[in-house]
Design a protein around this ligand. Sequence first.
Ligand code: SF4
Ligand code: SF4
Length: 188
Amino acid sequence: MESPTGEITPLAPPAERRANLRDHMRARHEAGNTCAACTGVCCTFVANSMRITPVEALDMKNRLISEGRWTPELFATLTKTVERYGLDRETGDGRRSLRKTYTCPFYTPGPRGCSIHPDHKPYGCLAFNARRPGITEGGDCASSIHELENREAAFPNEAAHNLALKTQHRLYWDKAPIPVALLALNAT
Ligand code: SF4
Ligand code: SF4
């Protein structure tokens, strides 16, 4: 499997880097705030604008390779998503870009929701949870910024790995929509 090279200390395993987010998610679920009754609008064009770093993209890529899913069929699906939602065309006022929404290619309608293993899922996906029980169409969910910040602080060498991947794959972005980020790791 691919791994960033250089003089930087090795990245902690994907599961370790997501442990606090998964604990937080588990606690929310134990409190009854599950997503079981929801259609999963946070993964569709209705509300999803998830962007990921190169390290997160590499985590997903490695998982997809291990599951035999890093295939030309997947690349075609990713490309179709990029084209359909114009994800390769940033808009904005020149100082900041506006995030575009899209239906995630890994979204599966129904209770399962997402086909990516939680140990390799984007951090932002894990941090976004229901704030009360019984939600059916989103509307009362939030991202735990606190847990995301804790996670980032616990793995300070991740920034150097992101930089190394940017150089290695000649990326112009720090974060990109999931399909854009995965296709970029396949292109170079
Ligand atoms: S990776 Fe999974 S949880 Fe994240 S947006 Fe895609 S389908 Fe949803
Ligand atoms: S309840 Fe909220 S976090 Fe859960 S699947 Fe629905 S929109 Fe997403």
